[in-house]
Design a protein around this ligand. Structure first.
Ligand SMILES: Nc1nc2c(c(=O)[nH]1)N[C@H]1C(S)=C(S)[C@@H](COP(=O)(O)O)O[C@H]1N2
Ligand SMILES: [Mo]
Length: 559
């Protein structure tokens, strides 16, 4: 901007002498949009913190559990209700939008308050030049800087630089708001006779500001998007490969390949492609851990503490493999926050064997790179050799978003008990509640016995002995307890037994199929299941909080 224009004063015509609320909101929006774009660009180019995400992550960690759960439930309901797509992917995008919107609203509110305060302040205009803007910028920037510093684990730059950058950027933003205010506020005593001649009236001045901020916003966002390194999702391809030949399991490699029970057309894939595995975690962006420098300390109440590299874990212990169905406790009946893949890792029984556990060693305190934590009972480990420190999915290193380099597998438990991105394990005596337990979710989080109808395959009707059959099918799951029976009822009729496909393992879902003798009309199909012990699932309709959704899933079809 030309320096001359800083002394030019607007002479009011019809407008009131001082900028009003609408002007303040507009200025706040324009300036904060530009600021957001600058943050975005600096993040993309040199890895400085992107503050909207930090603030949202901070809120997720510090607001009461009920508020967060309400937020998540609402989001999942909206995504499901409007069929916006795969729940966990849409939810992350929604989080990002909420984060940016939050910063914009904060900026607008702060600039509006600033304009109102300035309108009412008596200070001489000389003092108004820069100081109020600095105060505005610091008032917003310092809290944001503190929040970012406490939650951001993705910034690639040193903390001191991050702090200076955030406060500095906000102060410039504040000074810009102050300068715009000064230009807009007409003070008759100061008005220069030639102000009009300079042709700066309020509207055209605002247009200029709009043009400048829009340019910064568009250029920053565009350049940032262009220069951004590959997203964590695509960095998966760059992650070190355990077996260079491994391309992931093909259908013919699966242990139940020859099973005579074929899934009804439209049933979800029995083995989830890793790229489609659901993903739930507490951060706008997953932590990215450097494989070369990674070390896992296992310390505490042991004679022989360990500090393991990834190579140690992969090479010095016997790999164990397990086909696993993982589900989020927030998954609604029939939802898509449940997936199945093959996990490879090291049994905790073997890991702990030579560590010389002290007599009072009862729990493992597990800490993650994103601030998540959980407690795992050593008794439980001793009962189940399948509990593992996992490093691979589908024969490849864990994808970044799914916990690279290490995560925990505990059969029969919902995902909330199973930390990803593990950075530290401490052997302790006392039980401490984990991240989601502290927020009111079930302490044990044992997977519920549930069954779901995925499809009534009206386009795959078959004919046998003069009778038409409609293939109906889906999944049944009871954690590590197995499935012994699935039954289907049509239009409240008798419960009839479905066929069960041999599962991939004793901890995966079971694909069921029921070929229903065709009858024209509108029909309602219901499903229920029994776990491996013969215990029937709960038919009581309950939401996910606090122990996981239960109830009878149904689906209607017009035939
Ligand atoms: N470090 C860390 N681990 C975590 C979480 C998290 O937010 N941070 N979320 C948990 C929850 S709630 C679930 S459902 C599973 C999801 O694993 P996935 O994203 O690989 O499907 O991870 C669990 N482990
Ligand atoms: Mo979850």
């Amino acid at each position: 901007m030309a320096t001359t224009s800083t002394t030019a004063k607007f002479i009011p015509r019809d407008d009131p002498a001082q900028p009003g609320i609408i002007t303040a909101v507009l200025v706040g929006l324009m300036l904060t949009a530009a600021l957001t774009a600058v943050f975005f660009l600096a993040d993309a180019v040199i890895g400085l913190p992107f503050v909207p995400f930090d603030v949202l992550d901070w809120m997720a960690r510090n607001l009461p559990g009920g508020v967060i759960t309400f937020g998540i439930d609402t989001m999942v309901a909206v995504i499901t209700g409007f069929q916006l797509g795969e729940t966990s992917a849409v939810a992350k995008t929604a989080e990002h939008l909420i984060a940016v919107t939050g910063l914009l609203l904060t900026g607008i509110a702060a600039v509006t308050v600033f304009f109102l305060v300035m309108n009412n302040s008596q200070h001489a205009s000389e003092q108004r030049r820069i100081l109020p803007g600095v105060i505005l910028g610091a008032a917003v920037g310092i809290p944001v800087m503190l929040i970012s510093g406490s939650t951001n684990f993705t910034a690639a730059t040193p903390p001191l630089l991050n702090a200076a950058w955030i406060v500095g950027a906000f102060i410039l933003w504040g000074i810009a708001a102050n300068w715009i205010y000064a230009q807009l506020s007409a003070s008759h005593e100061n008005a220069m006779p030639d102000a009009h001649a300079e042709g700066i009236d309020r509207r055209s001045f605002l247009l200029k500001v709009g043009g400048a901020t829009a340019t910064i916003t568009v250029a920053g966002a565009g350049l940032g998007a262009f220069l951004r390194p590959p997203t964590p999702e695509s960095q998966v391809a760059l992650a070190p490969i355990i077996d260079p030949e491994a391309q992931g399991l093909r259908p013919e490699d699966l242990p139940n390949a020859g099973d005579p029970v074929e899934p009804a057309p439209g049933t979800r894939p029995e083995y989830t492609p890793v790229a489609d595995h659901y993903r739930i975690d507490i951060s706008a962006r997953p932590p990215v851990i450097d494989e070369e420098s990674y070390l896992l300390p296992i310390t505490g109440l042991v004679d022989n503490p360990l500090v393991l590299t990834l190579a140690d874990i992969r090479e010095n212990y016997k790999p164990v493999e397990q086909f696993v169905t993982l589900s989020c406790i927030s998954n609604n009946l029939g939802g898509d926050l449940i997936s199945t893949t093959k996990w490879t890792g090291v049994s905790f029984q073997e890991l702990l064997a030579d560590m010389g556990l002290h007599e009072n060693a009862h729990y493992l305190r597990i800490t993650s790179a994103d601030g998540f934590d959980e407690t795992l009972s050593i008794d439980l480990i001793n009962q189940d050799e399948r509990i593992m420190l996992a490093y691979a999915w589908d024969d490849a290193p864990l994808p970044i978003r799914n916990g690279f380099p290490l995560r925990i597998y505990i059969p029969d438990r919902f995902g909330m008990k199973q930390p990803k991105w593990i950075t530290e394990i401490e052997v302790v005596e006392e039980y401490i509640e984990g991240y989601w337990v502290r927020r009111g979710w079930d302490e044990i989080a044992r997977m519920q016995t549930t069954s779901v109808i995925d499809t009534i395959a009206t386009d795959a009707i078959s004919r046998r002995e003069g009778q038409f059959f409609v293939p109906v099918g889906g999944i049944a799951h009871a954690g590590a307890r197995g499935i012994s029976k699935v039954e289907v009822s049509v239009d409240d009729g008798e419960w009839q037994e479905a066929l069960l496909r041999t599962p991939l393992s004793d901890t995966t879902w079971v694909i069921w199929r029921f070929d229903w003798p065709f009858e024209e009309g509108d029909h309602t199909f219901r499903v229920r299941t029994y776990d491996g012990n013969g215990t029937r699932q709960s038919e009581q309709s309950r939401g996910a909080r606090p122990s996981g959704a239960t109830g009878i899933h149904s689906m209607r079809a017009s035939l």
